[in-house]
Design a protein around this ligand. Structure first.
Ligand code: NHW
Length: 428
């Protein structure tokens, strides 16, 4: 699922007024803000006006009823693929995990409801992030989950939501943002393609997520996509196990060192790493078999490799669960999709590891095991983007290119296109 990807370089009534690089502008020669920072008093102090009949609503995600309302708004109205066959169905647990990281601001969860009946009809959210873009460290925010109820589309509500969340971030001293979208807006800093590793072939064919290629039978396709029943690195001599709280300092340091290799990356404190890798794990103990049995409400899966001799953490990987509603299907209503999140391996720091193919081999072992765990946890498909080192393993681990693209954007920050996001040949 990646939304619409048509190149649209036409006029943008709203985006043309915003501090973002406009289409057709010359490539920037240096990095920096587009609009200078201002003092708190210089920003608009009161919320932007909404059309008559609507009101701003200070949504409280700690209240299960309000969280449920947000879940329902997004389940029915959030991102669909181009053919309206699938629609993201973020779980309530996922929304809490994504919207309440350390230091989150309740007032950056921006909601709109109908004044008369209090029905929730629109949403947008920002969360604080620390983002390195080349050698600049930005205190910024990440904006996500913009949604306008289907019945209220094309009434220019989205620009009001965006201006309001910008105002609230500005008042909090934040002037830059990172966001992603399937649609092309002025102007992406990077574009990635979604790749899909099919796991449950029968179901994926049945719901038309994939077709059986002409030169193949369904049985052959199933055979070709079968993954092992047990993660290879789980054998005691290799040291794979679920990530635990005691791993956080080493995982945070490994993540940071690994991500230095790219032009841009989020910076995590240990507290943030704990949140991203462990807090979304749901309830229930960590058992020897938990790799086969997802926990109640589990959003995130995180594994480390602990060297059996030195007890050092040498590698880790993580993925999250983001199902999609299968729209109008007689038999299946949910597509269970796993998305590759962060990973790192200390093989990357060895001299010549990339050229010699050692990095590729190690990533194939790690992500290959992630596929086994996802398969056993009953995911139908495992998705990944053409970023970080993913292009080293996507093809050999039998991921196929999808039609969804994801564009990355920076608000109020100029930089030349981010080459650190390595792409397979066919990505524009
Ligand atoms: S992308 C997910 C977007 N959400 C969906 O696709 C859900 C289903 N669709 C909808 O709910 C991840 C509506 O179609 C939405 C647009 C709400 C998308 N980003 O109200 P109008 C994110 O959440 C522009 C930004 O009439 P609508 C990232 C469009 O180009 N802009 O449209 C969010 C046009 O402007 P233009 C988008 O269909 C990042 C204007 O909206 C957009 O009823 C937000 C039309 O408005 C999109 N995905 O509602 C930016 N889609 O100039 C954050 C359309 O072309 C910026 N538009 O005339 C940073 C803020 C923080 C700064 C802090 C310093």
């Amino acid at each position: 699922i990646g939304g619409k990807n048509k190149k649209d370089t036409g006029s943008h009534k709203f985006w043309g007024t915003q501090p973002v690089p406009q289409f057709g502008e010359e490539a920037p020669t240096g990095d920096g803000w587009i609009e200078p920072p201002k003092r708190r008093e210089e920003f608009r102090q009161e919320p932007y006006p909404l059309p008559k009949d609507f009101e701003w609503f200070p949504i409280d995600l700690e209240d299960p009823a309000q969280l449920r309302e947000l879940y329902e708004l997004l389940s029915a109205n959030y991102v669909e693929d181009d053919d309206a066959s699938f629609r993201f169905q973020y779980s309530a647990e996922f929304l809490k995990w994504a919207l309440q990281p350390p230091g989150y601001r309740k007032e950056w969860h921006v909601a709109v409801r109908v004044a008369s009946n209090k029905k929730l009809v629109a949403f947008i959210a920002a969360v604080p992030i620390k983002l390195r873009v080349r050698d600049h460290m930005l205190n910024a925010c990440e904006v996500n989950f913009i949604c306008v109820h289907k019945k209220l589309r094309s009434k220019r509500l989205a620009p009001v939501l965006i201006k309001e969340v910008t105002r609230r971030c500005n008042l909090g001293g934040i002037f830059q943002a990172l966001y992603t979208a399937g649609v092309v807006l002025p102007t992406p800093v990077a574009t990635c393609r979604y790749y899909h590793r099919c796991l449950k072939i029968n179901k994926l064919v049945n719901i038309r997520f994939v077709g059986v290629p002409q030169n193949m039978t369904l049985a052959r396709m199933i055979r070709l996509n079968k993954v092992p029943e047990r993660p290879r690195l789980l054998e005691p001599q290799h040291g794979l196990r679920e990530m635990e709280d005691k791993d956080i300092p080493e995982v945070t340091a490994l993540y940071e060192k690994f991500m230095k290799r790219f032009d841009t990356a989020l910076q995590f404190t240990e507290e943030e790493a704990r949140h991203h890798f462990l807090s979304g794990r749901g309830t229930g103990p960590s058992t020897k078999d938990s790799w086969k049995t997802p926990r109640e409400g589990q959003v995130v899966w995180a594994y480390v490799v602990e060297d059996p001799k030195t007890h050092k953490i040498t590698d880790f990987f993580s993925f999250y669960s983001l199902p999609s509603t299968v729209i109008d299907h007689p038999k299946h209503n949910l597509l269970n999709a796993a998305y590759l999140m962060y990973y790192a391996t200390d093989v990357a720091f060895q001299d010549g590891a990339e050229q010699s193919g050692r990095l590729k081999k190690r990533l194939e072992e790690l992500i290959g095991d992630a596929l086994v765990i996802a398969d056993q946890s009953n995911f139908d498909v495992f998705n990944a983007l053409t970023l970080m080192d993913n292009c080293l393993f996507l093809q050999d681990l039998k991921f196929g290119g999808g039609d969804g693209m994801l564009n990355f954007y920076l608000f109020n920050w100029r930089t030349s296109p981010l080459a650190g996001i390595k792409a397979i040949g066919d990505v524009p």
